[in-house]
Each structure stands twice: as structure tokens, then as C-alpha cells.
Design a protein around this ligand. Structure first.
Ligand code: SF4
Ligand code: SF4
Length: 253
């Protein structure tokens, strides 16, 4: 059942909680990198090892069957970093070819993983703590430098392309979660989603302004199409709407 949204209900509390979770996620990166890095999965695959990152991404894909890209909106440290930098990024990623790049990146990444695992003789071991030392994944100066360069590139991409530009264009994990959502949408089992009542909308566009992915939420409300592959279910739009036109919750359709 989708929650009924009172105008501006929870606007500060829910989004404040989300932002603090993201900040915490970012600062825990020295530990959690081993569980979220697509590069560490590749390093493990070259040795026939299923890493903690691989296990978490499989878990994320399964979760996406009910919560779509909730991970991106509430927990991912890479997304957190781009939102921390967002006061410096005013524009939004334009619809079209830019959004399609990530599907090619993801396909190449999956093909590389398959090739490496096959070359290594299959999955020969499972090591959830692969690439960790003394409880840390960022455990040396060279690793810190590599991570800093990757995060600098993420910032540059977002600065040039628009809000959460790296999520839109290059994240290899996002397409897996989009596929999970499309599977759910084929079967229509209960899932977390947005819904809207366009009759309440006054076209103030506060929802679009607050969307960290820079989506045209006002347009989505007007068309009655709240499903968008780039929606990360952060609820910012629902919390920003002064008329309660957008609801966020569990629904069957
Ligand atoms: S459409 Fe709403 S829930 Fe989806 S990413 Fe934008 S603000 Fe978040
Ligand atoms: S859905 Fe709400 S926030 Fe968005 S334009 Fe309409 S009234 Fe404004």
C-alpha cells in the first residue's frame, strides 16, 4: 500500500536521515570499499575468487526485485560523494545517449568477469574479505591514491555532465538494478515505488529541483509515469512537494 503523503510530510526528517546515512557511508569507505568495488570484483575474478563485492552486488540485484535502485539513493558511497559535491553541480544530465553509456559499460564489465572466471577455471573460492588487510580495504598509500583519483574522476564527470553524472553514465552496477526492476514490473509483485496524483500538482517544479538525479519529476507526474530507470527511490521529490502530489511506498501496481 502506498503511503498517503501529507504536503511536506517528513521533509526534513526523512531526507536528513538519508543524507546522514550517505555521509556515514562515504566516511566508512576505507572499510566498505572491499564490498562495493566493481574493480575488486575484477581482481578477484582473475584469481577465480568470488569477493565480498561480488556477493553484495548479487544481493543488491536480488533486492532490486522489490526496492529497485534504493541502494543508489540511500547507501552507495559513490552516490554519496556525488551528492556531497552537488552544490557545485547546477545542471542535469540530458536524456538520451549519455544515459545509454552505462549499459555498454556494464555489458563489457560482465563480459570481462565471465572471461576472467572462465580463464581461472571457474569460481574456485569465496572470500568475502578479499582485498582487506587489518579490517581495511584502503590500507596503503597507493590504494588511497587510486581511490582518490577515481573519486576525482567521478566529480569531474558529474561537474561536466550534470547531477550524479557518474551514476547516469558509467556505473556498471546500475543497469543490473534496472534489469531487476524491469523483471519486477513484468510480474507486478508488491514493491517500493512512487505514485502521483497529477490533479494535485501546481507545477511549482520543486520535485524536479530536489531530484538528485536531475529527473523531470514534474513531467513524470503530469504524464502519470513515475517509473524511470534512473530513479533511485530517494523520496526527495515526495518530501519536497508542497501539495503531497507524490507518494512513496509499497504498491502492487
Ligand atoms: S524521481 Fe524522486 S525518488 Fe526518484 S530519484 Fe528523483 S527525487 Fe528521488
Ligand atoms: S508534483 Fe508537487 S513539487 Fe512537483 S511540480 Fe507538482 S506540486 Fe510542485
Amino acid at each position: 500500500m502506498t503511503e498517503t503523503n501529507e504536503p511536506n510530510m517528513n521533509v526534513s526528517s526523512r531526507q536528513n536521515i538519508r543524507k546522514w546515512i550517505l555521509v556515514l557511508s562515504f566516511f566508512l569507505l576505507p572499510v566498505t570499499l572491499a564490498f562495493i568495488s566493481p574493480i575488486i570484483i575484477v581482481m578477484g575474478a582473475a584469481q577465480g575468487i568470488a569477493t565480498g563485492s561480488m556477493l553484495l552486488i548479487i544481493a543488491n540485484f536480488i533486492l532490486s526485485l522489490v526496492v529497485a535502485r534504493l541502494w543508489c539513493g540511500w547507501l552507495c558511497p559513490m552516490g554519496a560523494w556525488q551528492e556531497i559535491c552537488s552544490p557545485l553541480v547546477k545542471h542535469t544530465v540530458q536524456d538520451g545517449w549519455r544515459n545509454a553509456i552505462k549499459y555498454g559499460v556494464s555489458a563489457l564489465w560482465l563480459a570481462l568477469l565471465a572471461y576472467l572466471f572462465i580463464s581461472a577455471g571457474g569460481i574456485r573460492a569465496i572470500d568475502p574479505f578479499f582485498a582487506m588487510e587489518n579490517g581495511l580495504a584502503i590500507n596503503s598509500l597507493p590504494t588511497l591514491v587510486v581511490v582518490a583519483v577515481i573519486f576525482a574522476i567521478m566529480f569531474i564527470v558529474a561537474y561536466l555532465a550534470g547531477r550524479r553524472g557518474f551514476c547516469h553514465m558509467f556505473c556498471p552496477v546500475a543497469p543490473l538494478l534496472v534489469v531487476g526492476r524491469k523483471i519486477r514490473n513484468s510480474f507486478r509483485w508488491p514493491a517500493l515505488q512512487l505514485s502521483a496524483d497529477s490533479s494535485l500538482c501546481i507545477d511549482c517544479k520543486k520535485c524536479s529541483k530536489q531530484c538528485p538525479m536531475g529527473l523531470d519529476v514534474n513531467g513524470m507526474v503530469r504524464k502519470g509515469e513515475m517509473e524511470n530507470p534512473d530513479c533511485i527511490l530517494c523520496a526527495s521529490c515526495a518530501d519536497a512537494c508542497p501539495k503531497g502530489a507524490i507518494a512513496y511506498g509499497w504498491n502492487k501496481n
